[in-house]
Design a protein around this ligand. Structure first.
Ligand SMILES: [Fe+2]
Length: 352
């Protein structure tokens, strides 16, 4: 039998000493007490078993048990009950005692078995507690580890997204810089679109999508012969057909990027019109989402107000008039209205 630390409380010196002797003989460490009060004072979580007399002067066994239960140590309690006090035994069990042993102790074997069983129960409880605690610590550690790994992964992912986007932007800018007339187009479209988005109080996620879509909206032009873009005068029909492919090509370029899935639609449809006569798919009205409608307005406005070799640029107020004229047919009227308010707020009405 495992060696245990046992607390005994009995006011009867003879019983106390007899129990003490038996238990120490089995190698247990025993702390004898002459009253319930003494037992409560001596009680710590180190004990494996408590043996309690019921009838004691001062605090009786039941009151002592109550205080023991309050400590919540989970130590089993065995009651010593005088002969013929069966109801005491029942009450003791109901109050949460583990077992009872009749006094005087006549059958040593039964006494030993009961003590042994109680100690085993205590060992089991302690093991279970330790196991649970270890498990909790382990789960906590693993959770922390996982959260850290997740954070690193997110950071890595974000960096990857940013550098991919930057690479595309660099290519786009290089393309635009080849032609002084288109230089800065993407940057300006992005700024206009972001102002509209802000005025419409878009959420952070929508703003991110809008910004990314703006930055890559003309990326498909990388594939179109740059001579067309720089060509003075109108394009031939063949050149124009190829030029009109840039939204589709752009959408295909960003298609493999998992983080740009929402932007694919916007890039593909940034030359569609509200009346469904745009390209490449002739979508219109509600088939176009708000972010696409915003880019369309920002993109067209910049085209109107930038110089091209083959055309004069419009003044801001002329461009606004053009946006308003085409509201409903080419552009979403609400987006146009918001953008006009933004431009007015920026005090650009009288400028070129
Ligand atoms: Fe475009």
């Amino acid at each position: 039998m495992a060696q245990a630390k046992i607390l005994i409380a009995d006011d009867d010196t003879l019983v106390r000493e007899a129990v003490y002797k038996i238990l120490t003989m089995f190698g247990h460490t025993v702390v004898p007490c002459a009253s319930g009060e003494e037992a409560i004072t001596a009680l710590t979580s180190e004990f494996d078993l408590i043996i309690l007399d019921i009838n004691m002067p001062g605090m009786d066994g039941f009151e002592t048990l109550k205080l023991i239960n309050d400590r919540n140590y989970g130590i089993p309690v065995i009651f010593l009950t005088g002969a013929g006090s069966m109801e005491y035994a029942v009450k003791a069990i109901n109050l949460g005692a583990y077992d009872f042993i009749p006094k005087p102790i006549e059958d040593l074997d039964i006494f030993n078995i009961k003590v042994k069983r109680a100690i085993e129960k205590r060992m089991y409880v302690l093991q279970e507690k330790a196991y649970k605690e270890n498990l909790e610590v382990e789960v906590r550690n693993k959770t922390r580890e996982l959260a850290e790994k997740n954070r690193l992964l997110e950071e890595y992912n974000e960096n990857l997204e940013i550098s991919t986007l930057n690479t595309m932007l660099t290519l786009q800018t290089a393309l635009e810089e080849k032609d002084m007339y288109t230089a800065g187009h993407t940057t300006r479209v992005t700024l206009h679109a972001m102002s509209i988005g802000q005025a419409l109080r878009l959420g952070a996620e929508e703003m991110t999508v809008l910004e990314r879509a703006c930055k890559v909206h003309d990326i498909g032009k990388l594939v179109v012969d740059v001579n067309y873009i720089r060509k003075p005068g109108p394009l031939s029909e063949e050149e124009w057909l190829l030029m009109k492919k840039h939204p589709e090509i752009g959408a295909n370029i960003i298609k493999p990027l998992a983080f740009m899935q929402q932007e694919i639609f916007i890039v593909r449809h940034h030359h569609e019109r509200m009346d469904g006569t745009g390209y490449p798919d002739g979508l219109g009205g509600n088939e176009l989402n708000l972010l696409t409608k915003i880019i369309t307005v920002a993109d067209s406005y910049d085209a109107m107000t930038s110089k091209r070799i083959y055309k004069q640029n419009l003044e801001v107020k002329e461009a606004i008039a053009e946006l308003q004229r085409c509201a409903g047919s080419q552009f979403d009227p609400e987006v146009v209205q918001v953008f006009v308010e933004v431009l007015e707020g920026q005090g650009k009405m009288g400028t070129r």
